[in-house]
Design a protein around this ligand. Structure first.
Ligand code: PLP
Length: 337
């Protein structure tokens, strides 16, 4: 079976399992897990940020950040396709008591001009705009990447209007590799960054939230409230350290694989619009002979799993467990359909 449903489905490699097995452990709620401390130190240093906190999921790191940046009744500004709005089970309302201002962006990306237009005036009728959250890469944008100049322009708007600035960087490393950008650039631009270790980086569990010391201190309390304080979880952090050391540069391979598959799809009469493939995600329209569900079923008959994300759209995600020969087999199957 070749599984393109998500880059979350990867299994730890042999080297990663060894690192997990050998990791020194302690109780992280007491701050005593040396491997978690090492991961937090490593990633915050990499981004030039003061501190980091290891959490069980990217949903938790995003939700902690939103809770830390806001008060109940405030408003969060983000693209309407954002994971924080679409796929975190209403957490912005549930956990932070905030409303959301949704922006119709371009493939999941918003502009500085749109942010300005969506800041509420100082008016008792309005929720207080307090936080702007971006997503890079943008999942529902088909793995689209921000132009860093736009991020910088949005940062300036946030600074001028006393808005906090968060990045859902679940797949930030895909963007860094694709755009040849550096972690430091992002560390300077954002107040907080959430990064998933369990997507393209290939760790089985875990995300990190980065920010200033005081912010991360607050985040530790919120993590406890959310039930995310873990004990001897250093084995999971060891997987994250291993992933940062070994699985970043190879993301370029996933991006190449996605392009090759998209090129094959583009030749077929059942393929409608394909969102530009910038990283490891392909989202395309299905038309004519098949519905999205029927095409997904055809793939499955050929031992290939993809997801129909809407009645007319399929998503394919390349990752660590997809080899060159699997991509070739996939292209052969596409050609035969
Ligand atoms: C996967 C993902 C998350 C976090 O998901 P978890 O499954 O909770 O780790 C956050 N944002 C984006 C854009 C994602 O793709």
């Amino acid at each position: 079976m070749i599984d393109y449903r998500s880059d979350t489905i990867t299994r730890p490699t042999a080297g990663m399992l060894t690192a997990m097995h050998d990791a020194p452990l302690g109780d992280d709620v007491f701050g005593e897990d040396p491997t978690i401390n090492a991961l937090e130190e490593k990633i915050s240093t990499l981004f030039g940020m003061e501190a980091a906190i290891f959490c069980p999921s990217g949903t938790m790191t995003n939700q902690i950040a939103i809770k830390c940046h806001t008060q109940p009744g405030d408003e969060v500004i983000c693209d309407k396709l954002s994971h924080i709005y679409q796929y975190e089970a209403g957490g912005i309302a549930f956990n932070a008591g905030c409303s959301v201002r949704l922006i119709e962006g371009d493939r999941g990306r918003i502009t500085a001009k749109q942010v300005i237009e969506n800041i509420n005036p100082d008016d008792v009728h309005k929720p207080v705009s307090t936080l702007v959250s971006l997503e890079n890469t943008a999942n529902r944008g088909g793995g689209s990447c921000y132009d860093f100049a736009e991020i910088e322009a949005i940062r300036q708007v946030c600074e001028a209007n006393q808005l906090h600035f968060h990045l859902d960087g679940a797949r930030l490393f895909n963007a860094l590799v694709a755009k040849k950008e550096t972690p430091e650039q992002y560390g300077k631009a954002f107040e907080s960054i959430s990064i998933c270790l369990s997507k393209g980086l290939g760790a089985p569990v875990g995300s990190v939230l980065l920010g200033k010391k005081e912010f991360i201190r607050k985040a530790r309390r919120i993590r406890k409230v959310f039930g995310g304080g873990m004990r001897q979880a250093g084995s999971l952090a060891a997987a994250g350290i291993y992933a940062l050391d070994n699985h970043v540069a190879r993301l370029a391979q996933d991006h190449l694989h996605a392009k090759l598959i998209a090129d094959a799809l583009a030749q077929k009469d059942f393929t409608g619009n394909i969102l530009p493939v910038e990283t490891n995600i392909i989202i395309f329209e299905v038309k004519g002979r098949f519905t999205a569900a029927q095409l997904a079923a055809k793939f499955l008959e050929n031992n290939i799993r993809v997801i129909a994300i809407s009645p007319t759209q399929i998503r394919i995600v390349t990752h660590l467990d997809v080899t060159e020969s699997m991509v070739q087999k996939t292209i052969d199957v596409i050609n035969s359909l």
